[in-house]
Design a protein around this ligand. Structure first.
Ligand SMILES: Cc1ncc(COP(=O)(O)O)c(C=O)c1O
Length: 456
């Protein structure tokens, strides 16, 4: 019998085994630094789950939230709106690629994807008799698009998603366009063509029943920072046009500067039909997400009220004005400060600092784009054979890093580094050095030659 009041933690954490959870509680944060309730300082190496952009307690964002709070905290977006939310919609239209023109707000990345699934579905239902069969989705192998039921249906990470199969819809499953593990005989240069041709076979076969291809552009984050070969996204855009299937790009993880451009799609000059944003939208301060559509989608939802063409979807806290104020402040910081132009030099610096791991026989790959980095630990580098997952090596590396002052969280045996974009050089050095020595100690034996800047 549980004694209600004697439990250490009343808080049930996601993706966390509570039986062995050792509470790690933060009381304050500033910049990239987190302070625990027992006064330990930790560098936030995963940007509070990939969402913090400008650092914690950024004056401009705090101020924008407080000013908004004095005006109004919340207004529904069902049939009305707040001026701050209106302004944000305009700004998002301005800064997103191509002719993306209409912003549908929700509160988290999964909901942004969920809205995209339903938006694509309803679009085809209202486009014409012959399109009504378009009710399926193509998602990539090892895809991750969130944890609500529709998003999990698109998901393809066995460990996370398999359990829920009986309550999910089944997508058409595309390849894993992985640059690191390519099929034998497929060179790096040929990889994008190879993977795209596999998608094309599926489109050829299924296009009449396909509503949309849903994918993360350039990097599949939760799959383990799987980087796509150059040109893959561009080819998928062309295929979607050729086979009359919508392209939904999930930039919940890659958006807002992570990969070195404001949106990853820009790097291959691609405009998706529907773009999903979340995480960094508010600078990582408040829950807000957006599903942004092109006019060709939006227009199909217009008509007389009696025609019932409006989008049948909506959330209570969608477009929340406090979150919108934070998002506007974050976007203006991108303009005022050199956040975006600094991402590539910072990522190059980080890579150089991590280069020492190239001598580690158990580091298979250091990959990613911009400040979105994964270090894959492998048993055998030559054959790219993974370690036995039961060894929990990724986890052990991260536990050691935390002891050394850097908070990171692995994805299996891929050690993830995703600091706030505002991270400074000395902080990058500490992040890299702690990660290097943690990996060396856990998989290789500790190399004392690596100096850790714990004085920061
Ligand atoms: C690509 C992608 N899509 C969707 C989501 C879900 O976002 P949220 O956790 O805000 O629901 C995530 C979260 O990590 C993600 O990485």
């Amino acid at each position: 019998m549980h004694d209600k009041y004697s439990e250490i933690s009343a808080h049930w954490h996601g993706f966390t085994q509570m039986a062995s959870y050792e509470p790690l509680v933060i009381r304050q944060a500033e910049g990239v630094w987190l302070t625990t309730i027992d006064d330990r300082r930790l560098l936030d190496g995963v940007a509070s789950l990939w969402c913090n952009v400008h650092g914690h307690a950024k004056k401009e964002i705090n101020q924008a939230i407080v000013e908004q709070l004095d005006r109004v905290a919340h207004i529904t977006t069902l049939g009305m709106s707040c001026d701050t939310t209106e302004l944000l919609a305009q700004e998002l239209v301005r800064c997103t690629p191509g002719d993306l023109s209409h912003v549908f707000f929700s509160s988290d990345g999964s909901s942004a994807v969920e809205a995209a699934i339903k938006m694509a579905f309803q679009y085809w239902q209202q486009t014409g008799q012959s399109s009504r069969r378009k009710t399926k989705y193509l998602a990539l192998h090892s895809a991750y698009h969130g944890d609500t039921t529709g998003a999990v249906s698109l998901g393809g990470i066995e460990y996370f998603h398999k359990l829920f199969a009986p309550i999910l819809f089944t997508p058409i499953r595309g390849p894993l366009p992985c640059s690191y593990r390519r099929p034998e005989g497929v060179s790096e240069e040929d990889a994008s063509q190879y993977y795209a041709s596999r998608v094309e076979s599926l489109l050829k076969q299924h296009h009449e029943e396909l509503a949309a291809v849903v994918m993360e552009p350039l990097v599949q984050g939760a799959a383990g920072m799987i980087t796509h070969p150059k040109g893959f996204l561009r080819r998928i855009r062309e295929l979607c046009d050729r086979y009359d299937v919508l392209l939904v790009c999930d930039e919940v993880a890659t958006g807002f500067g992570r990969t070195g451009t404001l949106f990853a799609c820009e790097q291959e000059q691609v405009t998706p039909d529907i773009l999903c944003l979340g995480k960094g939208l508010t600078g990582g301060y408040l829950p807000m997400a957006a599903t942004i559509a092109r006019p060709k989608i939006y227009d199909v939802f217009l008509g007389p009220v009696a025609a019932s063409k409006q989008f049948f979807h909506g959330h209570t806290f969608a477009g929340n004005p406090l979150a919108a104020a934070a998002a506007l402040a974050s976007l203006s910081l991108f303009e005022k400060e050199s956040v975006l132009s600094d991402v590539v030099p910072k990522s190059e610096h980080l890579r150089l600092r991590l280069d020492v791991l190239k001598d580690c026989p158990h580091v298979g790959s250091i990959r990613g784009r911009g400040l979105m980095v994964g270090i894959e630990l492998v048993q055998d580098r030559e054959s790219k054979t993974a370690f036995d997952p039961a060894l929990l090596l990724g986890r052990k590396v991260c536990e050691l890093a935390t002891k050394l002052g850097v908070w990171i969280r692995p994805l299996g045996d891929v050690v993830i580094l995703m600091p706030p974009l505002s991270i400074q050089e000395t902080e990058l050095n500490m992040l890299a050095d702690v990660v290097v020595s943690s990996i060396q100690e856990v998989v290789n034996g500790f190399d004392p030659a690596i100096k850790i800047h714990t004085s920061l």
